[in-house]
Design a binder for this molecule. Structure first.
Ligand code: SF4
Ligand SMILES: [Zn+2]
Ligand SMILES: [Zn+2]
Length: 304
């Protein structure tokens, strides 16, 4: 058996087909698909752009950094800044590989910690309040990423979200009856008309987790593969396993979720476009209610 494009030894079978390809052809296929997504959704715009990348040290964010940096070095008028958030999860969040990589490649890295920004690490918050780790972590992380990107004056934030992540989010929202939240998903997110939201782009929207893992490995990126100790108990992990089981049996499940979702996304966006964006009474950040989720959580934590 040889690669379908050349005669070299295959290393991976592409999803949605039984095609086997070699290392070089896979890397080319992967980058072409990511750049095609960037082009199709006009993620970088036509003018000079400053893009922040939310970097965690994991495979997704390292790969997105690699492909955007490659683009910045070769073709485009593109500036890159990196934002890393240290939640304070003992034995897990370690940004040493990120720091080393950025230093070696002259990249502009900005690190923010829960401890400094909110007064407590995630571990301390969970110990004190018994709140669900991923719910509080997700809200605080998103808040920091958006507010710090705005402070740094970037045009957009690129994240390493892949096809698996998105399929999980769609199903989670569906199962929770929270379809309005799905209206905020898609390859490009954020509210265009409100400058307080920095728009987010997902160049790996059509690439699976397995493909990103293979890319990272073949590009020899200095990735941290450990799993967060809180991930095991998360709702997302249950949904992920369920979708993986269906995909193992039927092959197309993840792609089918994404493709059918993209068909209905314009209808969802239209339906929920009028939802009013208010300002949080406490911190002034944009939110849908009177007080934003971050202030609500911080109040809860203080009261415990
Ligand atoms: S698994 Fe949950 S707690 Fe861990 S980093 Fe992700 S969102 Fe945060
Ligand atoms: Zn080949
Ligand atoms: Zn607030």
């Amino acid at each position: 058996m040889v690669c379908k494009n050349c005669n070299l030894k295959p290393v991976i079978t592409l999803p949605n087909s039984k095609t086997k390809v070699c290392k070089g052809c896979f890397v080319k296929y992967f980058e072409k698909k990511a750049y095609k997504t960037i082009g199709k959704y006009d993620m970088l715009g036509k003018k000079k752009a400053t893009i922040a990348i939310g970097i965690s040290g994991g495979k997704d964010s390292f790969s997105v950094l690699y492909i955007l940096n490659k683009l910045a070095e070769t073709k485009r008028n593109l500036d890159i800044k990196l934002i890393a958030v240290d939640e304070g999860i003992k034995g897990y969040r370690d940004l040493s590989n990120v720091k080393k990589y950025c230093k070696k490649n002259g990249l502009d890295l900005h690190i923010y910690t829960f401890k400094k920004e909110f007064g407590m690490t995630l571990d301390e918050i969970i110990k004190k309040t018994n709140m669900k780790p991923c719910s509080v972590c997700g809200v605080l992380r998103r808040f920091l990423l958006n507010s710090k990107a705005r402070e740094l004056g970037v045009d957009k934030i690129a994240t390493g979200h892949n096809l698996d992540d998105e399929a999980q989010s769609i199903i989670m929202n569906q199962f929770r009856g929270n379809i309005e939240r799905s209206a905020r998903l898609g390859p490009v997110t954020g509210v265009k008309k409100d400058k307080r939201f920095v728009r987010r782009i997902k160049p790996f929207y059509f690439l699976t987790e397995r493909e990103v893992t293979a890319y990272c490995f073949l590009r020899k990126l200095p990735v941290q593969y450990d799993e967060c100790p809180y991930a095991i108990s998360s709702y997302r992990a249950e949904v992920r396993d369920m979708i993986n089981n269906f995909t193992a049996k039927q092959g197309q499940t993840k792609h089918a979720i994404i493709n059918s979702f993209l068909d209905i996304l314009p209808v969802l966006k239209k339906k929920y476009a009028k939802s009013e964006i208010k300002s949080c009474k406490k911190c002034g950040e944009p939110c849908s209610g009177e007080v934003c989720k971050v202030c609500e959580f911080l109040d809860k934590i203080k009261k415990k």
